[in-house]
Ligand binder design. Structure first.
Ligand code: EPZ
Length: 436
């Protein structure tokens, strides 16, 4: 298992380019199942979850090709064609879905285009139980027969006229990102109109809608969580560039404040990071942005005290849960006490004991409510990553800590951060990967 060794303390300084968003790429890859034409996706990051999803699509009969990477180091386009749906298996197996819950995103498109699907229940993970009841309730509202058997979701629309899902009005009981994405991909091929209410509004959901429209889907977004979809009989191929990864960019920008540094992220969309940038400005950081659809930039500089500010995570446009652990690492360096309330997942404080081992003073006052008392002098230690964003938090702590920090199980990091060592090295960090 690989480890990362960081020599702290250090100061992040320099410019880096954001990779494409993992959480926009995963639904985009699944969307290729909705057509027999070629779908070309650009700016897809080469991270472990993408490799897993690509393997899963191959298992489902999707032909995949990859262009060579660009001169600027951008990964080459992925070319996908799901034309074998007649003979291809329609099962998303447990051994692939268990390592990457987003495999459940094949459920909606498989059902919509083939009329049946067998997808492993994703199961829980380190941060929570993570049920998919809303995904299934929405598909049933569209007329699907859904059964759970031996850990698999069996869904079918073959009993319906034309074997097609029926457009329906459905209101999500809780805002769910992949739930919204699954139902959106089901609705675009359904017979008639679907009105999906209380949808997730994360930028990655919007990016999927953009791709689907370019494939011929009719989707209206009222901007307040309601999506209205006029189902089509078929969709055609498209080319699409996925949006930049706001969580990756946010991670490095938090590091800039934490290390009293000066970091510019280019090839990003400042509007997607508004909740974080507002919080960093409250803390006292100096922020400069240049807007752009795909090529905006954000510069964050800070020296002197870090203000302690409370945080409550929430679905977009609230502060993203995927930056909560990174923010907690920052608050260990703040002057004073800050409370952090995690409202999206029920077990997303796994990073607390590891931060404690480095010298942080954090008390979990009650479930999902932590109090951070700073500033603490962090000392380098051997720590263990438990999930993707907790591992990013430990990297940030290692940047601020005195001495060497070795982070074990960094396969978690590899799931969602592209070329992290080289990006950190370019920002002035002494870091190396220890392969064992
Ligand atoms: C997506 O997960 C992201 N993953 C997560 O990013 C992110 O943390 C999460 O959204 C919240 O923003 C991808 O997009 C691939 P949810 P998802 O369904 O869709 C409950 C990362 O670090 N819920 O929005 O699985 C659920 O238990 C990952 O990149 C139900 O109760 O999250 C949770 O408490 C981690 N029933 C809350 O909703 C359902 O049917 C939000 O979950 C679905 C969800």
């Amino acid at each position: 298992m690989d480890k990362l060794r960081i020599h702290g303390p250090c100061r992040l300084s320099g410019t880096l380019r954001a990779s494409g968003a993992k959480n926009a790429s995963l639904p985009a890859l699944a969307a290729c199942l909705l057509t027999g034409d070629e779908v070309v996706l650009r700016h897809v990051p080469r991270v472990r979850d993408i490799v897993t999803m690509s393997k899963l699509l191959g298992h489902l009969g999707v032909e995949r090709d990859e262009d060579p990477s660009g001169a600027d180091g951008e990964p080459g386009a992925l070319r996908l064609r799901a034309n074998g749906h007649g003979s291809a298996p329609d099962e998303a197996p447990y051994d692939l879905v268990k390592t990457m819950r987003a495999g459940v995103l094949t459920l909606g498109p498989l059902l919509a285009r083939r009329g049946h699907a067998k997808v492993s229940l994703p199961g829980g993970c380190a941060i929570g139980v993570r049920p998919v009841d809303q995904h299934l309730a929405g598909l049933e509202a569209m007329g699907a027969e859904v059964d759970i058997d031996h850990g698999y979701i069996h869904a079918s629309s073959t009993h319906l006229p034309d074997r097609r899902l029926q457009g329906a009005r459905f209101r999500f009981a809780t805002r769910t990102v992949t739930g919204t994405e699954n139902l959106l991909m089901a609705a675009v091929l359904a017979r008639g109109t679907s009105v999906l209410e209380n949808c997730a509004q994360e930028p990655e959901v919007g990016d999927l809608a953009t791709l689907l429209r370019s494939m011929g889907a009719h989707i209206d977004d009222d901007g307040h969580g309601t999506l209205t979809v006029e189902g089509r009989r078929s969709l055609h191929g498209a080319e699409h560039r996925v949006i930049p990864d706001r969580i990756e960019a946010g991670t490095y920008l938090v590091g800039a404040v934490m290390t009293r540094g000066d970091v510019t992220v280019v090839g990003t969309r400042p509007a997607d990071l508004a909740p974080l940038l507002e919080k960093l400005a409250e803390i006292g950081a100096e922020i400069t942005t240049e807007d752009g659809k795909h090529n905006g930039s954000i510069r964050v500089r800070h020296d002197g005290d870090i203000g302690a500010r409370d945080l409550v995570t929430a679905p977009h446009p609230g502060f993203p849960t995927d930056l909560q652990a990174q923010y907690m690492a920052l608050m260990t360096q703040a002057s004073g006490a800050a409370t952090i309330s995690e409202t999206v997942f029920e077990n997303r404080f796994q990073h607390v004991p590891e931060l404690g081992r480095m010298g942080a003073d954090i008390r979990i006052v009650r479930a999902n409510y932590a109090q951070v008392h700073g500033p603490s002098r962090l000392s380098g230690a051997t720590v263990m990553a438990t999930d993707l964003r907790a591992s990013a938090c430990l990297v940030l702590a290692g940047l601020a800590a005195d001495g060497e920090t070795v982070i074990d199980r960094i396969y978690h990091l590899d799931r969602g951060y592209e070329k992290m060592e080289s990006k950190l090295q370019r920002l002035g960090v002494r870091v190396e990967r220890l392969s064992s």
